[in-house]
Design a binder for this molecule. Sequence first.
Ligand code: SF4
Ligand code: SF4
Length: 102
Amino acid sequence: MFRQIRGKIRRFVLAHTRSGRAYIAQWEKKRRGECARCGACCRLAHRCVFLRMENGLAVCTIHAHRPANCRIFPVDLRDIGDRDAILPDRPCGYSFPADKKP
Ligand code: SF4
Ligand code: SF4
């Protein structure tokens, strides 16, 4: 739980600082795949009130207006680790090949 809250704060800071945005852009180049709509990242620390599950797929009811924290997820391997703790049997649709830092 503490780790998940820390992750949320970390992403907020990354999304709202110049150096953070540069870090995000760097990792984005390494990111592969697309969202598989598992909803794990919408349940970090708590279940988001805007999350709805339909036939096993996550639906964000404010998708067009979702906050930066949601738009940038997963920033890096640390975020993948956070969501894996929530849903270990269903992987995130995104990955960062070879565990290499950019
Ligand atoms: S954990 Fe990954 S696949 Fe699941 S909803 Fe979030 S970004 Fe999409
Ligand atoms: S606002 Fe939408 S994308 Fe963000 S956590 Fe909630 S349901 Fe998920």
